[in-house]
Write a protein that binds this ligand. Structure first.
Ligand SMILES: Nc1nc2c(ncn2[C@@H]2O[C@H](COP(=O)(O)OP(=O)(O)OP(=O)(O)O)[C@@H](O)[C@H]2O)c(=O)[nH]1
Ligand SMILES: [Mg+2]
Length: 418
């Protein structure tokens, strides 16, 4: 379980309080209950047809703090001038992934350029009950969720009378059920359509489509029982492909983000709302990150120097935001390797199981075509021993061939000839 604030006690009130003057006014409360079906009223902003890389979608009911979290994520990029981030679109942001291994390599090598790994976050408008039937422009928003690779499910744990809750109560577990039900209903529809198509085609005795019938029937039963698609066990490669191609919403990896009020930070350990979300997360075996989105947005807006001061005064090692980013990145199940030299220390991401030549190909296609070997160190050995020569002398520099599977945390020097 990840929790930025756990065990750190009360946030230094003085530091927080002194910011109060600069705090922007809260948005006007939105229309209440009766209007719930028409919430959110805004047009869904278009998401670029093709997201550039792997992305994490910020999902949840309306008014739970998704955009506040997203804005905090995008604001903190603004002064990290060396980072290759950008805002692709008002609701898609590329964020550098905080990584102590990367930082340690940078401190050791002091390169001219630093390029950390990045992850994309997408701010998706709130879903309401009935979204799967098209309520609140639900279909458009669900389509946006289909395009992301993982889900950060933001749950409202803050009690604030001024902020309208679509269902007029703060009950994170019920909120989670509402969202997860909508996702499952949408999947049921998707599977139902595929099943119909497969049944027709299976009459022609197409063996692949017969498999599709079998696996879709199992999926349909699962979803109908209210279980997510992610637990399905495909019988073979064909079934796996069929399930994969359905891009089901409930098969995406996810984690919860419990959004609390600043006042709750002091008593997180015993907060019943937070506890409820944590318990559910533990039951599902997924991470739960607890943050105060409003405070994170404030911290993120501070100039870098003041931000460090603010965090120190609050007794925080890092913004809670960093845990959201790291957890989101972890959900994508990628492997990070590094290239480290004077000109540049850089983090690269590849899918788990990627072999050395293909990893080299990420850097340049010549590296893959002309791949000779990879000289591999573990980041920690390099940091502890201080130089590549020392790692080599200690017998900890491995020469690996084209079958080498890249490990998380490798520092690699590729040898190639073209
Ligand atoms: N008290 C308190 N208010 C918050 C917090 N996070 C967000 N809010 C407020 O809640 C309201 C809604 O926040 P948004 O971030 O716009 O919510 P959203 O989830 O993006 O909503 P939709 O886009 O409509 O789905 C805003 O007025 C925020 O200022 C928090 O941690 N504490
Ligand atoms: Mg929003």
């Amino acid at each position: 379980m990840t929790d930025a604030y756990r065990g750190r006690g009360v946030l230094a009130k003085t530091a927080v309080e002194s910011e109060r003057g600069t705090r922007p006014a809260r948005a006007e409360p939105r229309p209440d209950r009766g209007a719930a079906a028409s919430l959110p009223a805004s047009e869904p902003r278009a998401i670029p047809a093709r997201l550039v890389g792997l992305s994490v979608g910020i999902v949840g009911l309306p008014n739970v703090g998704k955009s506040t979290l997203f804005n905090a994520l995008s604001a903190q990029q603004a002064d990290a001038a060396n980072y290759p981030f950008c805002t692709i679109d008002p609701n898609v942001g590329v964020v550098p992934v905080p990584d102590e291994r990367f930082d340690a390599l940078v401190r050791l090598i002091r390169p001219r350029r630093e390029v950390p790994a990045t992850v994309q976050f997408v701010d998706i408008a709130g879903l309401v009950r009935g979204a799967s039937r098209g309520e609140g422009r639900g279909n458009a928003f669900l389509a946006h969720i289909r395009e992301v690779d993982a889900i950060a499910h933001v749950v409202r744990c803050f009690v604030d009378e001024r902020i309208v809750h679509v269902e007029s109560r703060v009950d994170p577990v019920a909120d989670i059920a509402t969202i997860e039900t909508e996702l499952a209903l949408k999947d049921l529809e998707t599977v139902g359509r595929r099943l119909e198509r497969a049944r027709k085609a299976a009459k022609g005795a197409d063996p692949f489509e017969r498999k599709a019938v079998a696996v879709c029937e199992r999926l349909h039963e699962r979803l109908d029982r209210g279980e997510p698609a992610r637990g399905i066990e495909p019988a073979d490669e064909d079934e796996r492909r069929i399930v994969h191609e359905l891009c089901l919403l409930t098969s995406k990896p996810f984690f919860y983000v419990a959004n609390v009020a600043e006042a709750q930070l002091a008593t997180l350990e015993t907060d019943p709302l937070v506890e409820a979300v944590r318990a559910l997360a533990a039951e599902r075996g997924v991470p739960c990150v607890v943050i105060c989105a409003a405070l994170e947005a404030e911290i993120a807006r501070l100039p870098a120097a003041e931000r460090a001061e603010f965090l120190a005064a609050a007794g925080l090692r890092e913004p809670g935001l960093h845990q959201v980013i790291r957890t989101g990145y972890a959900m994508l199940d990628l492997v990070t390797f590094f290239t480290a030299g004077e000109p540049e220390v850089r983090a690269w991401t590849v899918r788990r199981g990627t072999r050395a030549p293909q990893a080299a190909g990420k850097i340049h296609s010549d590296f893959e075509r002309g791949f000779i070997r990879a000289e591999v160190m573990f980041w920690k050995d390099l940091v502890e021993l201080g130089s590549e020569a020392a790692v080599r002398a200690a017998g900890k520099l491995a020469l690996e061939g084209k079958d080498y599977v890249v490990r998380d945390g490798d520092v690699i020097h590729f040898r190639f000839a073209v």
